[in-house]
Design a protein around this ligand. Sequence first.
Ligand code: IVH
Length: 701
Amino acid sequence: MAEQFSFFETKEPKKTQKEIDIERLTFLKKELKRHNKLYHTLDNPEISDQEYDVLFKELVALENQYPELITKDSPTQKIGGEVLSFLATQKHRLRMYGLDNVFSLEEYEAFLQKGKNYFIKENPYKELSTITLDTWWADPKLDGLAAEIIYENGELVMALTRGDGEEGEVITSAVRTIRNVPQHLGENLPFTRLEVRGEVLMLKKDFEKLNEKQKKLNQKTFANPRNAAAGSLRQLDTRITAERKLIFLAYGVGQVIIPQAEDEIGLSLWKTQEALMQGLSKLGFAISKESELCKNSQQALNFCEKMETIRDTLPYELDGVVYKVNNRLVQQVLAFTARSPRFAIAWKFSSRKAETILKAITIQVGRTGVLTPVAELEPVSIGGVMVSRATLHNEEELKALDVRVGDTVLVQRAGDVIPDILSVNLEKRPDNSVPYEFPTFCPVCQSKAVKLKDEAAWRCVNIDCPAQKLQGIIHFVSKAGLDIIGVGEKWVEKLVEIGRVKNIADLFTVTVKELLVFEGMGEVSANKFVDSLNEAKHTATLNRFISALGIRLVGEQTAKTLAQAFENIDDLANASVDKLITLQDIGPEVASSIKNYFLSSERQEVITRLKEYGLNPQRQEVVAQKETALTGKTILFTGTLSKPRQEFEKQAEEAGAKLLSAVSKNLNYLVVGEKAGSKLEKAQKLGVQTLTEQEFLDLLK
Ligand code: IVH
């Protein structure tokens, strides 16, 4: 057969290695530019940071080999982030550089060595020895949007995004709506102009709330807090920005003009990065509390590891850590390459995204009957954790992704939440793939599923559905319920499967002997199972008990409200809808769901049995307290305030804060009045966040 076509064959001359390299180089430039735009301008990245870095490093290597091919518009010469056309733009007086990345101790040490070599060659100051290169200021690498806020004579006059580093977008009015950005810096300042640089962020909790709201309003949700912050900041309509809770954390300065000074970065005021950060904090800027000084690369490694471990417990997202040489004169000596500083580096955490194959889509039936599509994946390690399942949320999201069995998908894992799928790699889609058809029946009890008005989810409404029952029992012992640690999900499944447990009351009758029959169940675990249920009878609180019942629309918050309004479960069961709707946050729908729950004779019987077994928690007398920004926080007041200190202390306590008597690492906020003395100094040394009286009052709102 081959001969038949030989006629048409055009013999392509074999390409030289150089030609292949040039082709690749051109491709990489184009591809990186496209990803830059997706990431920085459209807030809609297609690939992970690590994948980007791999491509970027490949381009750097090729350009090193063929320096004559480096063009001005190459992504290696730019910082990324094109400027959005509809906002006015403004040149930065001092370029806003990006940071180079390292991913390991070896790479970090290589970076240090390069800096040292450069310093030895270029250092003009005899008094500066290489010892000054040992101390590094370590910051979390905040995952938000870089901004520069400019003050003239102490007044906020302009704010800019980083843009392409040379020129940014003017976002002054948007930044003025950020509550923790000072509008004035006070009187008698040593500088006439100060450019403060830092990151605009959205806290994780505010991001979740925003997405909830967007969903309700049928508007675009955001993939992550960074995109949400970007979308909120680059708004022409600043009323929208003002509604979105953004915060600004400072990490450095741009130009600082001090009359008669020789430099333009404020060296005479702040000789070290540490002093600069304290200075910014004193001026009223929020800075991250986690920052530390590192005296050697081992300490730098420790810091990075520590931050990666506590990452999920922090209120904001971070994607690594940043190290800056502490001595700012040394920073000036080391200066910048074409792209980034020699005195600072980002150490990125390993990626929490990975590609894998979607083997199947299954449907999980939740305790309220919701059918959730689940992606069954070819197991893949993401940031050290094996992931084999991810949620596909609901039919709409599944359709929007157009994800199909056999697809290669990008999976993301963030904290404790169930992993989810970010995108489908269409280039790797098999030819024979077909769109997924969402089932219209419950896969467990086969009854017809329904889609309620205003809901995205399909639901199985058969209250005898075994899957709902099982999930209800699992919920009862789960964290959202009574949090009975000794009772594992696996064993509950087995007990339900063999018909030994049909409802939550049955759980309390299971004996050690019965449990030991199961393969893999040892004596220790069996005893723990029974003991922890017995213990729960005494330790369960009314609100946890209500939440554990799994009443539709009654989450942990509503359960708290109910537990304060009723004496015990009988009292709640007998409450009328009229009484229920008088309670905070309880509307007619929730009230009727509660009423319906207790109408079932089967459930009444279960509750009667639970009481017989000794599970009947009573209301605890607690002072009704609303969750505020200060709940659980420690606080201390110092200096002269506009009202007697006791009044502020009372306000703070009423808002759920704890008063401390001295400044320590355990202090969350120091509220600073006029003429504050040693307490302020100590707080700054320890990096404790300071608040003005007004900021404290704002927090109470
Ligand atoms: S310092 C010359 N410190 O990371 C120093 N940057 O790729 C330049 N970032 O655009 C930046 N946290 O938006 C610095 N603690 C931190 C940071 C930080 C986040 C961002 C910043 C910058 C990007 C660099």
